[in-house]
Design a protein around this ligand. Sequence first.
Ligand SMILES: C[S@@+](CC[C@H](N)C(=O)[O-])C[C@H]1O[C@@H](n2cnc3c(N)ncnc32)[C@H](O)[C@@H]1O
Length: 269
Amino acid sequence: MSTQQYVNDIWQGDCAELLKQFEDGSIDLVVTSPPYDNLRNYKGFKFPFEDIAIELTRVIKSGGVIVWVVNDATIEGSESGTSFRQALYFRELGLNIHDTMIFRKRNPVPQIYRKRYTNEFEYMFVFSKGLVKTHNPIMVDCLHAGLELSTTTYKNYSKNDQVRSKIANPVKDKKLKGNIWEYVVGKNKEDQEAKEHPAPFPCELARDHILSWSNEGDLVLDPMCGSGTTCKVAAQLNRRFIGIDISEQYVKLAKSRIPAGQIQTSLLA
Ligand SMILES: C[S@@+](CC[C@H](N)C(=O)[O-])C[C@H]1O[C@@H](n2cnc3c(N)ncnc32)[C@H](O)[C@@H]1O
């Protein structure tokens, strides 16, 4: 099998094994979320992290991106630190830690541990193989769009505040979005389809990353695709996709979320 033979379908298996059949540098973008520190008992669970990281590093194209959405368990009063260990392992394999982004939940689960604040975010590590080849930046409205400023104050840390005498341009309408992205989890209609899975990420999260780091026709992989969120959104956005999950039940769920015309196999094949 070659990568091409897996395209536009969802496959059951251990991704560390299946990915061995993919060619080097054949994937444009990975958007995925691994199991978090055995927090949930996924069906057929097996998670050889180092093997998976090595394969992903091999199959991603030069300039390609891996978005790794992850969080830590808290064990005996301490966060495990697994997220950062994984990020540093990808760095050891030669990838850039291009950005450490935050997925902020607008409806976080109330905190069950005492003496801690509610945990309301997960990490979204953005790794790249060399310099990122595709970035379609998401722009947002400027709070003070159009405001005319006669002078600008800026801070020079080696001196006191300084004032520029030059007339500043009016504040622009749009600016680059920040790297903390906020989503409602599990409540939108398109996310409700995934509720048989214990930990789907929002379609909007997958959409924002796929639009940012890939172009139409590119090949997007989710090697631990769960309910198939990445694959569903990639197909909607005219990208090619490959999904893999170790659980037969989740593969079936993922296939059910993709319209018949956008997937190679039939729903119940
Ligand atoms: C956090 S969930 C992914 C959820 C997914 N992002 C979604 O939106 O539904 C992690 C998934 O990894 C799968 N998994 C665990 N080990 C795996 C392996 N070795 N190969 C493939 N999938 C694996 C689990 O079955 C689970 O569905």
